[in-house]
Write a protein that binds this ligand. Structure first.
Ligand code: PMV
Length: 359
């Protein structure tokens, strides 16, 4: 796929204005861990978009003062040089897709609805919001583009900024990466899960138990690289492909038992890969293990369909259908709250996807 387009530049004085999008974070059930080439995943992944955890980004643009574009980046109202540099290199990498970037100066205001240090990936929500905003600039000043192509392109570009960000341009359940389980999938962008997801999974809940709120111990880039010479890589990529097929069928048929088995296995395998790579990383904390054991015990003793997943960090995402919310909350208050201390937890759930926030 080729998005390079020399025509997307202004032939007279460029305009001034602002465009903003809010875009959610997402939580992977089938994990993307390992990549090749230009952000191509080694295996397909499947996630759902969150509702509350999102990034709200407004891009103000005006004619560039020099012959280069500039970016001022403000995170939660404060200039953030690191995000400014990251955005500058992202924009630079897209300057053949959107030549108009070079004609503009940008001031970007970005806000996360979750604490920056909560250990929730802000790159997925942040990069998808930026990609949507750039695609919207194209749509505003150059040509109409239908919604399917618009979100496809935004997903493609978000992927270049941060792999899992490509799954955040849609609400609900999303697949990124080629799989025989669904016929329109590709490594280049994410697509929504086709067909009906069973009602059990339509209002799925995600309570994120905060075990640690500091910065990540392993960056995503370093993490994915650990799979390059990993002794179990081939097996792992094959297993993820199979797990995705099984999970997708479970989502469609409402099979909670299979969903739980595959989701927990994916989380533990992600960490097993980190523990057995060279160098190795142990990212779970004692509280992580206490929480996940208690979730499993509670499920076994009460039959409540609750399970967990993990990102590349110690925080625990506790997943359950809406119908189990009351029981799970009693358990959370009585048993789990002691392991999160004053960090607490974030109540989230499956969300409907990004939204434009400027008119
Ligand atoms: O998108 P990245 O490069 O930050 O990688 C995300 C990796 C995991 O969060 C661990 C798994 C996933 O599929 O989101």
């Amino acid at each position: 796929m080729q998005y390079t387009n020399p025509d997307l530049k202004f032939n007279s004085v460029p305009p001034s204005g602002e465009i903003g999008w809010k875009s959610p974070s997402n939580i992977a059930l089938i994990k993307y861990w390992g990549k090749k080439g230009n952000q191509i995943p080694q295996n397909p992944s499947l996630s759902f978009s969150l509702n509350k955890a999102h990034t709200q980004t407004t891009v103000q643009y005006r004619p560039a003062k020099g012959n280069k574009f500039s970016v001022d980046f403000l995170l939660n109202g404060k200039t953030n040089a690191a995000f400014g540099e990251k955005t500058t290199s992202f924009f630079k990498s897209l300057s053949e897709v959107f030549p108009f970037i070079r004609q503009l100066d940008f001031t970007i205001h970005s806000e996360n609805t979750f604490p920056h240090s909560a250990g929730i990936a802000s790159s997925a929500s942040g990069m998808s919001a930026l990609a949507l905003t750039l695609c919207d600039l194209e749509r505003t000043y150059f040509h109409q583009i239908n919604d399917i192509d618009f979100f496809q392109k935004a997903s493609f570009l978000a992927r270049l900024g941060s792999g899992s960000a490509c799954r955040s341009v849609y609400g609900g359940y999303t697949i990124w990466g080629e799989t025989q389980a669904q016929n329109n999938t590709t490594n280049l962008y994410a697509v929504p899960v086709k067909g009906k997801v069973h009602p059990e999974f339509q209002h799925f809940q995600d309570t994120i138990l905060l075990v640690e709120t500091g910065a990540k111990k392993v960056s995503s880039r370093a993490g994915h690289a650990l799979m390059n010479n990993h002794p179990f890589a081939t097996e792992r990529f094959g297993q993820a492909r199979e797990n995705l097929k099984i999970l997708l069928t479970a989502l469609q048929s409402g099979d909670l038992e299979t969903f739980i088995r595959i989701t927990e296995s994916e989380a533990l395998t992600l960490h097993a890969m980190m523990m057995t790579s060279n160098p190795s990383f142990l990212l779970m904390k004692p509280e992580t293990l206490q929480i996940i054991s208690k979730i499993q015990e509670f499920r076994m003793s009460t039959g409540t369909p609750v399970c967990f997943t993990l990102d590349a960090g110690p925080n625990v995402h506790m997943l359950y259908p809406l119908s189990a919310k009351e029981l799970v909350h009693d358990f959370l208050n009585q048993e789990l709250s002691k392991h999160t201390g004053n960090r607490g937890w974030i109540e989230d759930e499956l969300g409907e996807g990004p939204q434009k926030i400027t008119s």
